[in-house]
Design a protein around this ligand. Structure first.
Ligand SMILES: C[S@@+](CC[C@H](N)C(=O)[O-])C[C@H]1O[C@@H](n2cnc3c(N)ncnc32)[C@H](O)[C@@H]1O
Length: 265
């Protein structure tokens, strides 16, 4: 199976991801875990775990022995395994999960369904490995609206180069509206589906702290920066800083995601 557009941009060093989108992951994970109703003794699977933001929050909630995680990116899966001893971490895609039916109380996909090659197949797999009455839960950024970092980033990129509009994740990403995400959950056969917003924040030491990981090519935004010529890159850096209205002082950004929770039949 080949990568969906954007998925290959995660075969990058884990620390670059940590300093870019990863900054938001822990807070988002705690909101998702609370919404899914995870309780001590439950077993949970983190699909598309990346370097392990949600996996770590699950370990804190239910212990490493009750948590499994998969990701197709070898550097991310290895980082997750190294950071969280005792968690079973496999290199695998959502569309073909290496687990038997109904083995988990909860299956999660945080910031992943929009990168799956076949999201319908992937969510059906999350449902298959979840016991009857267990929850299948996901979060997807509100790319077109209030994911401040990425919204300002793509607005700046398109202002400088209108042909970048095709790359704008607010346009290119599937399942980043409540309606589309809810439809994906219901069409996978999940029941009692609920979709709603959650917010997460990230703290930056200053604009350079935000910009530096973008140059390392991680995620579609970073891949876009890394492919620019030096002059274009400098112009984008300046335009993004102007649009964010930040400087050398520390600041905080807020990001909204849509979450979907459904019950396995
Ligand atoms: C934005 S990152 C999210 C990582 C992590 N869940 C987090 O919240 O920080 C997207 C992740 O999805 C993974 N991914 C891409 N295609 C996938 C697929 N078909 N199945 C499972 N994961 C996939 C990527 O390798 C990457 O780690």
């Amino acid at each position: 199976m080949s990568d969906a557009p954007g998925a290959a941009t995660f075969r990058t060093p884990a620390d670059a991801y940590d300093r870019h989108i990863g900054r938001y992951g822990g807070e988002l994970a705690r909101a998702l875990i609370a919404a899914a109703g995870v309780r001590p003794g439950d077993r949970a699977l983190d699909v598309g775990c990346g370097p392990g933001a949600l996996t770590a929050a699950l370990v804190a909630a239910i212990g490493a022995a009750n948590v499994a995680a998969v990701d197709p990116s070898a550097p991310f899966a290895e980082a997750c395994r190294r950071r969280l001893p005792g968690v079973r971490v496999e290199i695998a895609r959502a569309e073909a999960l290496p687990f038997p039916d109904a083995g988990f109380d909860h299956a999660f996909a945080q910031l992943v369904v929009n990168f799956m090659t076949d999201a319908s197949a992937g969510v059906r797999e999350l449902r298959r490995v979840t016991r009857r009455g267990g929850t299948v839960a996901a979060a997807v950024w509100d790319y077109a609206g209030e994911m401040t970092l990425l919204r300002r980033f793509w607005d700046a990129a398109v202002a400088l180069d209108p042909s970048a509009a095709d790359r704008d994740e607010g346009r290119s990403m599937p399942f980043c509206t409540p309606v589309e995400l809810g439809d994906l959950w219901r069409s996978a056969g999940l029941e009692a589906v609920q979709v709603g917003p959650v917010s997460a924040t990230a703290d930056y030491d200053g604009f350079e702290d935000l910009w530096e990981p973008l140059e390392r090519g991680v995620a579609p935004s970073g891949a876009y920066v890394a492919a620019l010529a030096p002059g274009q890159r400098a112009a984008l850096k300046q335009e993004l800083q102007r649009r964010l209205g930040v400087g050398e002082a520390a600041f905080r950004l807020t990001a909204r995601a849509w979450i979907a929770i459904g019950s396995a039949p």
